[in-house]
Write a protein that binds this ligand. Structure first.
Ligand code: PSV
Ligand code: MN
Ligand code: MN
Length: 431
């Protein structure tokens, strides 16, 4: 709408003005940390290039099955969701793509949707299929699963849905289909687990065959929820088995919240990367399970250790950090303004990335070779304990964003403007 375009213009002007006010403070902090960094410009360029996709379902207040407390001004349409991502990207210059969940967000006019996104400097990341809920017009139920279902007719319906999602994605220039299945069982005896796995593989083969040449299918795993006895794609081994049987276009997607407590996720990441089977990430944080909390809010050290494996493993294989795997947030915002939460999440990811870029790799390799455990830990934690926030701010400044996105967002009263335009009771479509 009109109000929004006005806001966007205001934003760029206001961003520059806010940067101007903060520049001296920034420069002092930046000079301090920059003085100790040898390859400073290369690191800043990597930070500038690094973008994280925003899921279309994260712009509204998530809530739980117990309730949903909206903050108001939520996007009422796909167009308004794209507007919100455009705003995030204008502020942080690190969120240049959006990932759609279908049918929560159906791009009925793909050309118009694409053009609208492009105006805001956005493109479309992976498209997500949904066979974990029944839609109102749906013929057969997914109550007992989808791609693993004992009834071939249900499997066919779920396969057809995935192929339809690929078609939407092709129209949007997406390059990957992301599949998460809730298929599983709630009680011992309910399901033949081998049979379920084999049927899932057979169904995925049909979907795989429908992929365009330059596409990938990302197979996400999760140990439990909504099923509480078995999940048919329950861990990285089961996903890896499927993706390796399917072929080179299939890879394993790591959602950080989809692990049992204290799992060593960075080790999983390093081995998937080694095998060329790491599709990418759904970033979030968790204390107990699939909590979908703000990235870096609970265990930022784990996030750093994951990025340490990524940087080391990608450099060893000559992979471009920004483009060779998928980077996406998958979080739910129950008590925070979703836009603020997403700004925090992107910041946390880039902090972990910047810290990993600071690791003195040759020294670490030598310490490992010498079995100098103390020195190895010192090297990692020296990087982790560096305050890299001025590096991120400098990268944003150079990319045309805000030195401090959250401050500008608050100072400008953006949420209030969204409430004025969309209403205090505006509830996001989709999830
Ligand atoms: C399932 O918990 C999941 O992580 C999958 O990625 C879904 O697509 C998403 O959450 C839906 O919120
Ligand atoms: Mn996920
Ligand atoms: Mn999840």
């Amino acid at each position: 709408g009109e109000g929004w375009e006005g806001l966007m213009q205001l934003e760029k002007y206001k961003i520059d003005e806010a940067n101007h006010q903060q520049i001296n403070d920034h420069q002092r902090k930046f000079d301090f940390v920059a003085a100790d960094i040898k390859n400073l410009d290369a690191i800043l360029q990597k930070l500038i290039d690094f973008n994280i996709a925003i899921p279309s379902w994260a712009l509204g207040t998530g809530g739980t099955r117990f309730g949903r407390f909206s903050g108001g001004g939520e996007p009422r349409s796909l167009e308004e969701k794209i507007d919100d991502v455009g705003l995030i990207h204008a502020l942080n210059r690190s969120s240049n793509s959006i990932s759609l969940h279908i049918p929560w967000d159906i791009p009925s006019n793909a050309l118009a949707v694409k053009a609208h996104a492009a105006e805001l400097g956005l493109h479309f990341d992976a498209v997500n299929s949904n066979t974990f809920q029944d839609q109102p017009d749906q013929e057969l139920s997914y109550k007992f699963g989808s791609l693993h279902h004992v009834d071939k007719a249900v499997r066919k319906q779920a396969i057809a849905h995935n192929i339809e999602v690929i078609k939407y994605g092709v129209e949007l220039d997406s390059k990957a289909l992301s599949v998460w299945l809730s298929d599983g069982s709630n009680f011992p005896g309910q399901l033949n687990m081998r049979g379920a796995f084999e049927r899932t593989l057979e169904s995925l083969r049909e979907i795989y065959d429908a992929l365009p040449d330059d596409w990938k299918v990302w197979v996400e795993y999760k140990p439990y929820e909504p099923n509480f006895y078995s999940t048919t794609i329950g861990d990285w081994g089961q996903s890896y088995l499927l993706s390796s049987k399917l072929g080179p276009k299939a890879q394993t997607l790591v959602d950080l919240g989809h692990h049992l407590g204290s799992t060593n996720i960075e080790q999983i990441v390093s081995l998937l990367l080694m095998e060329g089977k790491l599709a990418g990430f759904h970033f979030n944080d968790s204390k107990y399970g699939d909590d979908d909390l703000t990235v870096g809010s609970i265990n930022p050290y784990q996030l750093f250790l994951i990025f340490n494996e990524l940087v080391e493993g990608m450099d060893a294989r000559g992979m471009a950090h920004a483009t060779s795997i998928g980077w996406m947030i998958d979080a739910s915002h129950n008590v925070k303004d979703p836009i603020e939460d997403l700004l925090q999440s992107v910041e946390a990811i880039k902090i972990a990335y910047a810290q990993a870029l600071l690791v003195d790799t040759p020294a670490l390799v030598q310490a490992q070779q010498d079995n100098d455990v103390v020195l190895a830990q010192e090297i990692l934690q020296h990087a982790y304990r560096t305050d890299v926030r001025p590096l991120l701010a400098e990268a944003r400044l150079r990319a045309g964003g805000a030195l401090n996105p959250l401050t500008v967002y608050r100072q400008q009263g953006v949420r209030q403007q969204l409430i004025n335009e969309r209403g205090a009771k505006a509830i996001s479509t989709g999830l």
